[in-house]
Design a protein around this ligand. Structure first.
Ligand SMILES: *Cc1c(COP(=O)(O)O)cnc(C)c1O
Length: 246
């Protein structure tokens, strides 16, 4: 693609004070974006995306107030959850999951945001039933029509949600998407609007629980909030640039 934005350089936070400053900055931006769109910032959850961040640094961020954590790889997330079990944290798995890893998610996660197939829903449901627990889930929708991205096609989302009604251990909280990675903000916003539109139609049929919208990352969370986001997933802006997209 020719219109990809230059990857911005986010400074690495290495102390509790630096993490506290980054988190305060993000929260201030969330509040400003909420205000611009006539919304209450208390309705917007900040998920700190800690993928690739080693546990020693993660502890500093946690001390600075990041307790709602997002990870995209289940193995890494599970290891961190186990090693940081002394702290009061909430773990959200936000990346694509293979069916054979369902049991790992069930063992530690509080939330799963990338539900994108009935096979996976069944695998999770089976493991959850066996463990005697439920799981909050978001259905990932592919709003950018890019083939390499996971997610249900927006046109199939209502039928998919309808199917999920029969999996009692899965508590649908809403929808999640990754917008197009482009400097063309209008096209980014179009992805967010597609997700909101699917949510609105699903709500009319009572298919989407509270109807949360998980959308917005370091580069686009303010636009996402203006388009209705209720959960923003912010990594690099809090922790610093990652070496790779990971
Ligand atoms: C990495 C990731 C994010 C956060 O991206 P940043 O650029 O670090 O803010 C959000 N959502 C998903 C699904 C991710 O994998």
């Amino acid at each position: 693609m020719t219109d990809q934005p230059a990857r911005p350089l986010y400074p690495q936070a290495t102390s509790v004070a630096e993490f506290a400053q980054n988190i305060a900055d993000v929260r201030a931006n969330i509040a400003a974006a909420a205000e611009r769109s006539g919304r209450d910032a208390s309705g917007i959850r900040l998920l700190a995306v800690s993928k690739t961040v080693p546990e020693e640094r993660l502890r500093l961020a946690i001390e600075a107030g990041a307790t709602d954590l997002g990870e995209n790889k289940v193995q890494e997330a599970k290891r961190k959850a186990e090693n940081l079990a002394d702290l009061d944290l909430r773990w959200s798995v936000i990346g694509h999951l293979q069916t054979n890893k369902a049991k790992d998610v069930v063992s530690f996660a509080d939330e799963f945001q990338a539900l994108d197939s009935i096979r996976l829903a069944d695998a999770l449901d089976k493991r959850l039933q066996a463990a005697g627990r439920s799981l909050d889930v978001f259905v990932q929708v592919n709003t950018s029509a890019e083939e390499q991205k996971s997610g249900i096609d927006p046109a199939d989302a209502l039928a998919f949600l309808e199917e999920l009604k029969h999996r009692d251990s899965l508590h649908v909280q809403g929808l999640m998407t990754l917008a197009l990675f482009t400097s063309d903000t209008e096209r980014v916003r179009e992805c967010f609007r597609i997700l909101r539109d699917v949510r609105d139609r699903a709500r009319e049929r009572d298919l989407v629980g509270p109807g949360e919208l998980s959308m917005g990352m370091s580069g686009d969370y303010q636009a996402a909030i203006e388009e209705g986001s209720t959960v923003v997933r912010v990594g690099q802006k809090i922790f610093g640039s990652r070496a790779s997209i990971a």
